[in-house]
Design a protein around this ligand. Sequence first.
Ligand code: COA
Length: 149
Amino acid sequence: MRVVVVRSQQELDACLMIRHEVFIVEQRVPEDLEVDEWDQLCTDVTHVLMYDDLQYPVATARLKPYQVDSVKIQRVAVRRSHRRQGYGRLIMRALEDIAKDNHYRKIILDAQCHAQKFYEQLYYQKSGDRFVEAGIEHIHMEKMLKRTE
Ligand code: COA
């Protein structure tokens, strides 16, 4: 398993391919909501791509600046064939390390409700009420970052 920060168009295309498979095909999220202006190399957003041991791209996510001390994790996607094998947890840890290295204190995200437990296991706490976005129930979650955990 290996996580890289996306630096090339080829890597970004691999992220978008995984997201297409997971969000647009599997979850039926409309394409014009799934892909947006942040899905380019020259933005403030950090995309990460994860490979399995056979160097096959299997997971992705992105980290977007939110407020002065906080960042937002979005588009966490693991290929169906590779779920429940620890990829999701590892990609989240990689994003948290990037956030810490950049001196952010808090991570926020809007979790799909079915994945709430996944995030709770990583110490994210829910805040507020459920809401519907792209036809899917979500809940806002947050985590304060510590230097040591
Ligand atoms: N519900 C409850 N627990 C879950 C879960 C789920 N949907 N998915 C994972 N977990 C648990 C695992 O059992 C594991 O716990 P354990 O160590 O006690 O066994 C822990 O969370 C980490 O699991 P991991 O294998 O790292 O997760 P994953 O690689 O399967 O990735 C998702 C989890 C949610 C990212 C993945 O299922 C996915 O991509 N889903 C489709 C896209 C999606 O919904 N993304 C989230 C958008 S908010």
